[in-house]
Design a protein around this ligand. Structure first.
Ligand code: SF4
Ligand code: SF4
Length: 402
């Protein structure tokens, strides 16, 4: 999974016609408050090693993954309680041999299906089988606009070339395509070309997300943090492209927290609009939530229903709404606007998930953290710590080049 979806800040695929039709059926989600879309992280296995990966640093091993039958049961239950859309993600969801079967089952129970993929394991036959099983939408992550940068960031040779091919097959099979690009100091110079690449691939939508710094990305912050000048240039490029390409390519843009005055309403608010299911079956308010120690997350393997967990579990209720807030959030006029920002970032940077997100200028820690980040960006330490099951591997010179 790219950093972008799961950040939930540039999350949804283009609202395609199929989904609009489903929404007209008026979901019972309105009654239960169940989210309309859920992210199913089928596996943490992935052939790529992106240094900003939004998966937790402690990855779920293959042996702990839900079985085909368990996922089918989950999909049925989600449809029953009013979920309309399922995002199959990971890790790399195509690493699961049962993906076609799961897509077919999701289709049979009435879910709109989106595949969020690095695409390097796809063949035309596999994609065609997924389309036949009812797959509605494909979202492919790109690490750059050409192999030298892109393959290095992905930590895999020839990855870029395979992605381009898979994007072409997607359109040949008449599936809507979203291009997802996670941006940072070492690929922001390619932003204008990435936008052109998305146009050339006939994508419907482009999600440009600046890295959010927790988990793997926090470990790699020195290598990823953009400079202020890069962010200013990027905003101009996006603004210009959004106007120029109106009607051709829809562009979502997520600015980096570190250069904002106030944080984002992360995931639409903790336990408000979103949950994801981890490979081992835990139901999480966001993909990074397991990084917060001391919170117990219920599993689909427990004897509790998904709806019960969403509504009643301690973890979901801990940071819902505004009652948990301390100062300065508690008496702040923006508390209902941003809900205090990101709990995972607050935990990662301050050690307490109940603190104000330090991305906010009103946080007592903001200034120090912002200064550290600027210093890191200026120092230009470029080596990546690649994401893997071993806890990360430091890049060596000349590795992964095209
Ligand atoms: S390593 Fe890259 S492609 Fe794989 S799950 Fe993480 S972000 Fe996605
Ligand atoms: S103090 Fe809290 S509520 Fe106010 S702007 Fe900052 S994060 Fe948002």
């Amino acid at each position: 999974m790219s950093n972008a979806f799961a950040d939930g800040k540039a999350a949804s695929a283009a609202p395609p016609d199929g989904l609009a039709v489903l929404e007209q059926r008026r979901s019972t989600a309105e009654t239960f408050g169940i989210p309309l879309a859920v992210l199913a992280e089928l596996t943490h296995r992935c052939p790529l090693q992106c240094p900003y990966c939004s998966n937790p640093v402690a990855l779920d091993r293959g042996g702990s993954e839900l079985t085909t039958e368990e996922w089918k049961k989950v999909l049925g239950e989600l449809a029953e309680i009013g979920v309309l859309q399922i995002h199959f993600s990971g890790g790399e969801p195509t690493a699961r041999r049962d993906l076609v079967e799961l897509v077919r089952h999701a289709t049979d129970v009435g879910l709109y299906t989106n595949l969020i993929t690095s695409a390097v394991l796809l063949t035309r036959e596999k994609l065609s089988a997924l389309a036949d099983a009812g797959l509605c939408h494909v979202q492919i992550s790109f690490q750059g606009n050409e192999p030298v940068v892109a393959d290095r960031v992905a930590g895999l040779k020839n990855a870029h070339e395979r992605k381009i091919e898979a994007a072409k097959w997607t359109r040949e099979l008449d599936l809507p395509l979203t291009v997802n690009a996670v941006m940072h100091r070492q690929n922001l110079h390619q932003l204008a070309d990435i936008i052109q690449m998305a146009v050339g691939l006939d994508a419907d939508r482009l999600e440009i997300a600046n890295v959010q710094y927790y988990g793997w990305a926090l470990k790699n912050r020195a290598a990823l943090m953009p400079t202020q000048e890069q962010i200013e240039a990027a905003s101009r490029i996006v603004e210009d492209a959004a106007m120029r390409l109106k009607g051709t390519l829809a562009i979502d843009y997520v600015v980096p927290d570190y250069y904002a005055l106030r944080p984002k309403k992360c995931m639409g608010g903790w336990g408000r609009q979103f949950f994801n299911i981890s490979p081992a079956g835990k139901i999480l308010p966001c993909h990074a939530a397991e990084s917060i120690t001391g919170l117990e997350f219920d599993s689909v393997r427990s004897n509790r229903s998904i709806a019960w967990i969403w509504q009643n579990s301690e973890a979901f209720n801990r940071y819902r709404g505004t009652g948990w807030m301390k100062e300065p959030c508690r008496s702040c006029e923006y508390r209902e606007v941003d809900l205090g920002g990101c709990r995972c970032q607050a935990f990662a940077l301050t050690g307490d998930a109940g603190n104000t997100d330090p991305a906010c200028t009103l946080s007592p820690m903001h200034e120090q953290i912002f200064k550290d980040a600027e210093r890191e960006a200026a120092a230009g330490e470029n080596r990546f710590l690649y994401r893997n099951f071993a806890g990360g591997t430091l890049e060596t010179e000349g590795e992964h080049g095209a």
